[in-house]
Design a protein around this ligand. Structure first.
Ligand SMILES: [Zn+2]
Length: 257
């Protein structure tokens, strides 16, 4: 059963579709991060990397109406099984599945075959409960899309890092593609944003990842979303307000709220 989203999440002006708000790196700054979301009218999909992290996300979402809990096991952490995620989803309070996916660059984990098995199980949970999925596809976009094609889920390829062919494939299969702070200073990302189906683009920050250049190495947070929206608006040659409204509509459709 999916958690019911309240009016603060359903009617937000802006959406951070991938941020690790339960990450300990935010520490005592989390209160200010959440207050900033309120001030800028931002709702966030709080993604998780382990079962313990997922339980923290559910607790955070229960206390903050702008936070939607996503439960998942990151490919870095594959090998522990998916039973705890299944139990969390069945208990309610979960709005999506993520961060899940495949990453062949992880060499010290349980191996790619194990990642594939667990990703498949998590996609089945998402499909059964009608939940959106935030997918990690570093160096694995084709393998991820092969697996997504056999599941009826609303998937978002978070931190989309594929090429033009892979972007076209994602668009053909109706998968969303999410772009974050890198697109503010990387021309190749802006060219992908300009080529994407405008109804399948999402904004994210992946906080607390630290971005360089204009972000000065500070931990990303939902308050950085307006910079991403402005960059997307310029890439697509539309007004900021038009881009913001399109992204909000896309985010709600992906989230199912
Ligand atoms: Zn992430």
């Amino acid at each position: 059963m999916a958690a019911a989203a309240g009016p603060e999440a359903r009617g937000a002006a802006l959406y951070d579709t991938h941020v690790h708000l339960a990450d300990a790196a935010y520490g005592p700054a989390l209160g200010a991060v959440l207050a900033g979301m309120g001030a800028l009218d931002i709702a966030a999909a709080c993604v998780s990397t382990t079962a313990a992290d997922s339980a923290l996300a559910v607790r955070l979402a229960a206390r903050h109406a702008r936070v939607l809990a996503f439960a998942g096991v990151h490919p870095d952490a594959a090998g522990g099984g998916t039973a705890a995620i299944r139990r969390l989803v069945e208990a309610g309070g979960v709005s999506g599945i993520g961060e899940v996916g495949l990453d062949p660059t992880v060499t010290d984990g349980a191996g790619y075959a194990r990642q594939r098995a667990e990703f498949g199980e998590l996609l089945e949970i998402a499909e059964r409960h009608g939940l959106p999925v935030s997918v990690h596809s570093r160096k694995s976009a084709d393998d991820v899309m092969d697996m997504l094609s056999s599941h009826g889920v609303r998937a978002a390829l978070h931190w989309f890092d594929g090429n033009r062919r892979q972007l076209a494939r994602a668009m053909d299969m109706g998968a969303y593609v999410a772009f974050g702070p890198v697109s503010v200073y990387a021309a190749d990302k802006r060219s992908l944003i300009a080529r994407a189906d405008p109804s399948l683009v999402l904004a994210e920050t992946d906080g607390p990842v630290r971005f360089s250049r204009c972000f000065a190495g500070m931990p990303a947070q939902p308050c950085h979303v307006p910079s991403v929206v402005l960059c997307m608006a310029r890439s697509r040659r539309v007004a900021y307000g038009e881009m913001r409204e399109a992204l909000a509509a896309n985010s709600r459709r992906w989230l199912g709220i």
